[in-house]
Design a protein around this ligand. Structure first.
Ligand code: BV8
Length: 242
């Protein structure tokens, strides 16, 4: 695989690294992505399972959709791409990992400074008290699950047309504005506001390095795009850069 020397020196010299990941980084773990051939949205209609309206109409159907996610995530594990990002963090003074993923594979692979823009599949939220707790039962003991206060629990994930967690969004934009290198891995860059981050980083003078199977709407901003499986390309590039 061609690895331009300039890319290696940018990775070596970067002072503040921000990383943006999407479902593609978990593809080689065995998790299906959202879009493209055999994607999740080919099987499920997001309006039926991933919006506040869907929840209002049929919370059980939404929970059944998320139960599938939880089961798949529990049956698989992080892959070399996740572990490589944890290695890069260890060797960097200032590193922020911004993920759109809800599978917690980054933390499971050892990443520490992780911003979850779209929530986390292992957390549930009480509709009445607003409290968030961890629930890793697979399968769930009851669907839909209920809080001890008697109110229904919802997945602590961000559905379409729901606001992202304000603190996560603020921290993600801060890291994006301050970084001198943004590494973008496995995202189709179609979901907002996450999709804005690479362009914002670029406008603030950051270099962009992309890892994907194919070009995306930000490939033209990247100093280089590594087209291939992130579980192979990212470890290979890091092996040479570190
Ligand atoms: C909000 C949870 C406002 C589901 C998800 C501005 C312009 C246009 C539209 C909007 C806009 N602002 C808001 C919107 C609406 C909407 C939106 O962006 N719509 C799109 C369709 C245009 N955004 C929202 O609704 C957001 N909310 O803005 O609210 C608001 C404010 C205040 C008050 C009220 C409202 C919420 C967005 C989050 C939605 N939730 N998922 C669930 O779990 O229940 S989105 C879903 O897409 C996932 O979270 C996923 O992470 C995310 C992004 O997808 P990707 O991660 O990129 O995955 P994808 O499958 O698309 O791509 C995979 C990529 O990997 C591909 O490029 C592929 O080539 C690559 N790949 C595959 N294999 C590999 C690989 N690469 C490397 N190696 C491999 N092996």
């Amino acid at each position: 695989m061609e690895i331009p020397q300039e890319v290696l020196s940018v990775m070596k010299k970067a002072k503040k690294i921000a990383v943006l990941t999407g479902a593609g980084i978990s593809a080689e773990s065995g998790l299906i992505t959202f879009r493209g051939k055999d994607g999740i949205w080919e099987k499920f209609d997001p309006d039926e399972v991933a919006t506040p309206g869907a929840w209002k109409k049929d919370p059980l159907k939404v929970w059944e959709f998320h139960e599938e996610f939880r089961k798949a995530i529990a049956e698989h594990e992080p892959n070399p791409a996740h572990f490589t990002l944890a290695e890069i963090e260890k060797s960097s003074d200032d590193f922020t990992l911004i993920t759109q993923n809800i599978d917690q594979y980054h933390q499971d692979a050892g990443s520490k400074n992780v911003i979850e823009l779209h929530g986390n599949v292992w957390r549930v939220k009480c509709l009445k008290e607003g409290t968030v707790s961890v629930n890793k039962d697979v399968p769930m003991k009851q669907l839909p699950p209920y809080c001890s206060c008697g109110s229904m629990l919802r997945p602590d994930v961000v559905w379409f047309n729901e606001p992202l967690p304000p603190a996560a969004l603020e921290n993600a934009f801060k890291a994006t504005y301050e970084c001198d290198l943004m590494i973008v891995v496995g995202t189709s860059i179609v979901i907002y506001p996450a999709a804005m981050l690479p362009s914002f980083a670029y406008e603030h003078g950051a270099k962009i390095i992309e890892f994907n199977l194919e070009p995306t709407p930000i490939s033209h901003l990247a100093m280089f795009s590594f087209f291939g499986k992130a579980g192979e390309t990212l470890p290979e590039v890091w092996e040479k850069a570190r």
